[in-house]
Design a protein around this ligand. Structure first.
Ligand code: ATP
Ligand code: MG
Length: 393
């Protein structure tokens, strides 16, 4: 009998046509997560199995891999006859405390001499005979003993650890996350990765108005997302000239509207240039002046590419809950200002008008400024063992 990890895919198993691609991607992502651990991996349409001398460590890593629905410590039995299964089962539950139980049998090999019901009954009898003061409860058992009969082996598992669900990162293609140092955008990024979108990030900085600490904070956040995303590429755009030019030439109530239109334009180009199909950001309806519906309409107007806003309809407290759970909150609340907060006017327009945006944008050579900003971008690769990133911090 050998101990190993069994992974259940959940929602993935419903993807009939591209299940092969989904599963090979999941395998790659698991391999990335386990890269410093010794292991052996095998999988089919229903399950993935991992052998390792360090199962606890494997479980901790798998808890952060999207596409995994459930993780179980599982026993592989190579002898399928009833006596042998019974003996192994007794060993498995020897030190487990429980009062009620149920045996659930799944038979993927239909030629096995006993059917599921018969086998469940027989194994139930074995358990009852070998433990004192226990009884069967088919509706709400304290211990669920799962037995799977396969062509060559039998698998038994008694515990289930919930995985984080979602789709394997990468299966849906790529996108670009607008990552600021705030609370919302890292959560938005996490939720987009969860749906299988492999992200790169863009961060707009305005030195000397914004500090190196603000930039490092964003890189620290991207490092946290990198764990789920198999590493992360961060495009750092120097936004100073664009921002100063807007500040000098455009009525101040429209500063934020125009600034965000510039950010969207740059994001769409960067996303497209890096084979991305969407922009992702942390906008939340109604949160600030630039997130009223009319603002969103006027800002969104500059791009054709879809913009995904995973936290658009979440309350701030709901966003904070997720931020705490994924460990970005503590970094997000560090005090360093990002570029938006420095150029915030006293009275930003709440219902901007598109024709005014056209009129004001004529006052700045924005196409040239955007072109230069993209040409001079800094790219930082963030990964778990990326020296370049560690040195930067
Ligand atoms: P957050 O908490 O994510 O900073 P916010 O509530 O402060 O969001 P805004 O400042 O209006 O809202 O920004 C809305 C979204 O625009 C952010 O969630 C982020 O996706 C993007 N964004 C804002 N500033 C920057 C920046 N300097 N670099 C990259 N993206 C940014
Ligand atoms: Mg912000």
């Amino acid at each position: 009998m050998q101990k190993l990890i069994m992974i259940k895919y959940g929602e993935l198993s419903t993807k009939k046509d591209n299940i092969g691609f989904f599963l090979s991607t999941l395998k790659k992502n698991v391999e990335y997560a386990l890269k410093n651990i010794d292991y052996e991996i095998k999988y089919d349409k229903n399950r993935m199995f991992i052998k390792s001398s360090n199962l606890d460590n494997v479980i901790e890593k798998l808890k952060k891999v999207f596409g995994i629905h459930e993780i179980s410590v599982c026993y592989q039995l190579d002898n399928r006859n009833l006596d042998s299964i019974s003996k192994d089962l007794i060993k498995i539950i020897e030190n487990v405390e429980f009062k009620t139980f149920k045996v659930a049998v799944k038979r993927s090999d239909k030629t096995y001499p006993l059917d599921s019901m018969e086998l469940a009954k027989k194994l139930g009898g074995v358990v009852l005979k070998n433990k004192d003061n226990i009884s069967v409860d088919v509706h709400n058992p304290e211990l669920l003993i799962n037995v799977e009969i396969r062509t060559d082996q039998v698998y038994i598992y008694i515990d289930n650890i919930q995985g984080i669900g979602g789709y394997p990162v990468g299966v849906l293609g790529k996108g670009l996350l607008m990552l600021s140092g705030g609370i919302d955008s890292p959560v938005a990024g996490y939720l987009a990765i969860k749906r299988g979108i492999k992200l790169e990030c863009v961060y707009f900085e305005s030195p000397p108005h914004t500090s190196i600490e603000a930039k490092n904070k964003v890189l620290e956040l991207s490092k946290k997302l990198a764990v789920y995303n198999n590493g992360m590429k961060v495009h750092i755009i120097n936004f100073t000239k664009i921002q100063e030019s807007i500040y000098r030439n455009i009525p101040h109530d429209y500063l934020i509207t125009i600034m965000r239109r510039m950010m969207y334009r740059i994001s769409a180009i960067l996303s497209h240039n890096n084979r991305g199909h969407v922009i992702v950001n942390g906008e939340s309806v109604g949160q600030v002046a630039s997130q009223t519906l009319t603002s969103m309409e006027v800002i969104n107007e500059v791009v054709k590419m879809p913009v995904i806003r995973p936290v658009a309809c979440f309350d701030k407290l709901e966003i904070i809950d997720i931020a705490r759970r994924i460990g970005t909150y503590e970094t997000s609340i560090l005090p360093y200002e990002d570029c938006c907060t420095i150029f915030v006017p006293a009275h930003p327009v709440i219902n901007p008008v598109l024709s005014k945006c056209y009129e004001y944008e004529k006052l700045i050579p924005y196409e040239e400024l955007i072109h230069d900003a993209i040409k001079n971008q800094e790219v930082v690769k963030v990964g778990e063992d990326n020296k370049e990133f560690d040195e930067l911090l």
